[in-house]
Structures are given as C-alpha cells and as structure tokens.
Design a protein around this ligand. Structure first.
Ligand code: IPE
Ligand code: IPE
Ligand code: MG
Length: 248
C-alpha cells in the first residue's frame, strides 16, 4: 500500500466528528448508594480522558451533551451542582486543554446562565480559540429545536423571506464543523432527547448500555469498530460507492 492510499484509508476510517450523549450518571451513582451528583463528578473525568484519546487517534471534533434545555426541570440542588461543576471545568479543564492544543466551544443558549458562567465560557473560548487540535464543543442549555429556531430567527433578522438548507446550516451552532459521522449514547436509552436534530440527519448511531461514568477507551473503541463496519450510502446504492467505501 503506498502512502497516499494509506492516508485516504485512515481518513475514511476514523470519524472526523463524534457526538455523544453522556447519559447514566445518576444511575451509576445510585447503584453505588451515592448521591446522583457523584456520577456527574466522575463523568467529568471520563470526558477528560475521552478528549485526550480522541485527540490521540485523530478525531477532529467531539461534541458532547452536558445539559439540555429540559434539564432545568431537575431538582434545584442537582442543577446547582451541575452549574458549579461546569464553572470549575471551564477554568481548570480549559487551561489543561489549552496546554494540549485543544479548542473549547460551548453551544447553547447562554442567557440563562449566571454572569460567572458566561464570563467563564468567554474566557475559555478566547484562551483556546487559536488552537489547532481537537475541538470540544460542550452543549449546555442546548436543544436541537432551539438551535434550528435561533438560526431561523437570525435569517429573519437578515430580511430573508425564503431560505435554503445552506442558509440554515450557516447559522446553526456547529456551522464551523462537519456534520457528525458517529453519534454515541451511553446509559441504555435509545432516543435523541432533543440533541443535534438537524446535524444528525446522516450520522451513524451507536447505543450502549454502559453508564457514562464507566465509559472508557475500550468502550469507545467498540463504538469506532462498529462505525467502521457501516456502509455510508447517503441515498446511493452500494455499487455506486468507491470500492474502499463498500462494506461486506
Ligand atoms: C446524564 O446523566 C447527565 C446529565 C443529564 C446532566 P443523568 O443525570 O441523566 O443520569 P441518569 O440518566 O439519571 O442515570
Ligand atoms: C440527555 O440526557 C441530556 C444530557 C445527557 C445532558 P437526559 O437523561 O436528560 O435525557 P432524558 O430526559 O432521559 O431523555
Ligand atoms: Mg439521563
């Protein structure tokens, strides 16, 4: 195999963009007779490890669901804990990410966050903006429907009366990233829970019962392996695909 073929294969095999619903923190803690929030704490460490691993294997974008527009409905105590954890991560993890050449972005409606969190987001994004490695997008107070609506509202403000897919995509939160290749949801539920509704149109889905705090490099490897066996046809027939993209 010459080196140019090898490059093509490597690019087609490692997903460029992985989107993850990190679910199961509460159940993980409950199983251990601990308060739910301990699962969130452990979950943050798992995310840190995943970032490093993704960066090492050449994933370029990792988008994770940390807090949905619906999660405000949780007990106030849990919401406060999550906000505290977020603030802490924005400071400490952002610095670590910066040292590792990673970019941090937060996607979602910032208006409901405290002034401290909003400032923390801006600081972390500014600090890491020039980095060229993995981009981690944290979806916080994010909802897929909200994302589509805010894009449509921006277009209305521009004076548009008729819009195209490209117009809408340009204003979505992940406009700078390619659409996710692989979607992973841990924790056993098989639903989207209002995550990236528009962007997941042709993403490969992978669900696992593993609870997020137990998710590790090996479990991620299994998801990648499953992804690599899929034939991504985008509406075409198998025979129309270049041989290196045909499976089975
Ligand atoms: C996901 O874990 C984290 C957040 C939604 C913040 P959960 O807290 O939903 O955990 P389970 O689903 O109750 O186990
Ligand atoms: C989805 O998880 C959101 C996050 C992981 C942040 P949930 O646990 O809130 O989802 P539902 O409500 O069970 O669908
Ligand atoms: Mg859950």
């Amino acid at each position: 195999m010459n080196s140019s073929t090898q490059t093509i294969l490597e690019h087609s095999q490692i997903p460029r963009h992985v989107a993850v619903i990190m679910d199961g923190n509460g159940r993980w803690a409950k199983k251990r007779l601990m308060p739910r929030v301990m699962g969130h704490k452990r979950g943050l460490t798992v995310l840190e490890n995943l970032c490093e691993h993704c960066s090492a294997i050449g994933v370029q974008y990792l988008t994770v669901f940390a807090f949905s527009t619906e999660n405000w409905r949780r007990p106030q105590e849990e919401v406060s804990f999550l906000m505290g954890l977020f603030l802490q991560a924005l400071d400490k993890q952002a610095q670590k990410m910066h040292r590792n050449n990673m970019r941090l972005k937060v996607i979602g409606d910032r208006s409901r966050f405290s002034v401290e969190i909003r400032a923390g987001i801006e600081k972390a994004e500014a600090l890491t903006a020039g980095n060229t490695g993995l981009t981690l997008a944290i979806a916080a107070d994010y909802g897929g429907r909200w994302d589509i609506l805010q894009a449509a509202n921006k277009l209305l403000k521009e004076g548009k009366t008729e819009i195209t897919e490209a117009d809408l995509s340009r204003h979505l939160m992940l406009a700078d990233a390619p659409e996710p290749d692989l979607f992973i949801r841990t924790g056993g539920e098989t639903r989207i829970s209002n995550f990236l509704l528009w962007q997941l149109a042709y993403t490969e889905f992978y669900f696992t019962d593993i609870l997020w705090p137990d998710f590790n490099v090996r479990a991620f490897g299994e998801a990648i392996e499953s992804y690599q066996k899929r034939e991504r046809r985008f509406g075409r027939t198998s025979e129309q695909l270049p041989p290196e993209q045909q499976r089975g």
